[in-house]
Design a protein around this ligand. Structure first.
Ligand code: FAD
Length: 434
């Protein structure tokens, strides 16, 4: 089999890239190990930039029909006597163009992307099929229906998640960081009064609650390493107690989860590659970077990678430079800085919620209060997590913790077309006016 672009991995990164290339009529083959979309929890929060990309891809209305819009995330701290110590809002409505975030089940999003990609004749999905290795840097060996097949392509994209083989074959080194906590996650019927995102912490643990479109709520509970075993021995009621203590409104709802099979354990990891490509091999999504899930960014970074790389590859074909692989530097130039900043922010959030004890909680409380109650810093933070633009925090921003600075005009910091697709300014074709 021959194609122009071979994508290993049909997760959100691989499928978004396939769709972006398909819209530009570039032949693409996606090799995916799993038969279906999978039912594991793998990130459900869509940030505003990702929704903007779906608009460009012409599928925003279909995503909207399946998503739950989130306009704000409440951040709360509770004390030993269950009294509320802090309640602040991370408000998406301050962002330009009525931006918002949204929740969508991961498997539904993958299905939507797949369905959309398959409407183009230039896309082929081979699954369940496992990528084994490369014969040459243009020919991949895959196992499909118990036979070994070869697929030859001009470019090969590793979109196979954290354990990427393409990254390894290309010799792209990465740094890995693990954390001193794990998470439990499951969804259950949502109490009707819970209509926005909630992040609730006490001095021991953290609970995230995010309403889903099917009247359910996704929950994420931080636990200590080794605690999973203890909780499993104690039974699901031990988990219910933590939930009901942190958020009494969940009492009577969380108890509907009675089987450990419904509860997923997740280990946060942070990985960052030093380079994104070598010759015609390039990595995107979790293959290039996985981030701590605290800020709900991994899926978004993957889709945003696909957008930038897809547009770059399209331009390389349009301008007759499809084998000039050095041009992949544009992808790295645009994405590396943004990804590393967001990854650092997620890491910072994780560090804020890791240590336990009253003294640490008071410290965290002051930090959150300073950040979120100061309009300037709040807006800056919302911009950074939204993906719409980047306003890195600087040392001088510390002054705004003490003095109320002027509010930043966020519109001025929204990524322009030139920021997102800088190669277009060097000349060549561009047929996208969105
Ligand atoms: C438990 C958990 C919770 C998360 N929570 C959030 C969140 O709240 N918000 C958020 O934005 N992100 C979250 N993430 C991260 C998010 O899920 C990932 O960043 C995102 O899925 C990355 O997409 P991807 O397509 O790069 O990789 P993946 O989703 O990992 O997809 C990779 C695909 O490649 C396939 N594959 C792997 N190896 C091979 C092979 N050899 N041959 C063929 N196919 C192969 C896999 O089957 C898979 O379908 C979470 C992740 C996990 C694990």
């Amino acid at each position: 089999m021959k194609t122009e672009v071979l994508i290993i991995g049909g997760g959100v990164a691989g499928l978004s890239l396939a769709l972006t290339l398909a819209r530009q009529r570039i032949p693409v083959v996606v090799v995916e190990r799993e038969e279906g979309a999978g039912h594991l929890y793998k990130g459900e929060l869509l940030q505003p930039k990702t929704l903007q990309i779906f608009k460009r891809l012409g599928m925003l209305e279909r995503v909207k029909a399946e998503m739950y819009p989130l306009e704000a995330i409440h951040t709360r701290e509770v004390g030993r006597g269950r009294e509320e110590l802090l309640h602040v809002l991370m408000d998406y409505s301050v962002l330009p163009e009525h931006a918002m975030a949204a929740m969508i089940p991961h498997d539904r999003l993958r299905e939507l992307l797949l369905k959309e990609a398959l409407t183009y004749e230039t896309v082929q999905i081979v699954r369940p099929a496992v990528f084994l290795n490369l014969q040459t840097s243009y020919t991949a060996r895959i196992k499909y229906q118990n036979e070994i097949h070869s697929i030859t392509a001009n470019m090969i994209v590793g979109a196979e998640g954290r354990g990427s083989k393409i990254r390894k074959i290309a010799g792209l080194t990465f740094k890995r960081q693990s954390y001193n906590h794990d998470f439990l996650t499951f969804s259950f019927a949502c109490p009707p009064e819970l209509t926005e995102g909630e992040m609730i912490a006490d001095e021991q643990r953290f609970l995230g609650l995010f309403p889903l479109p099917d009247k359910r709520v996704r929950s994420v509970l931080q636990i200590r390493p080794g605690e999973y075993k203890q909780l499993k021995q104690a039974g699901p009621q031990a988990v219910h107690e933590h939930y009901a203590r942190l958020e009494p409104r969940l009492d009577g709802y969380v108890q509907t989860v009675t089987d450990w099979k419904e509860i997923q354990l997740m280990f946060p990891v942070r990985q960052t590659v030093s380079r994104y490509y070598r010759s015609n091999l390039i990595v995107i999504g979790d293959a290039a970077h996985s981030v701590h899930p605290m800020a709900g960014e991994g899926m978004n970074l993957a889709i945003q990678d696909a957008d930038i790389l897809g547009e770059l590859i399209g331009w390389m074909y349009q301008t007759g430079k499809s084998t000039d692989y050095a041009l992949f530097h544009w992808f790295e130039d645009v994405r590396k800085r943004r990804v590393e900043y967001v990854s650092w922010l997620s890491h910072l959030f994780a560090r804020m919620y890791s240590p336990t004890g009253r003294a640490w909680q008071r410290l965290r409380l002051s930090a959150i209060r300073a950040l979120v109650q100061n309009e300037r810093l709040h807006d800056q933070q919302m911009m950074n997590i939204s993906g719409l633009g980047l306003i890195p925090f600087q040392v001088k921003d510390g002054l705004h913790l003490f003095f109320r600075g002027k509010r930043t005009i966020l519109q001025q910091h929204v990524f322009t077309k030139k920021d997102d697709y800088p190669w277009l300014a060097t000349g060549g074709v561009n047929n996208d006016d969105n």
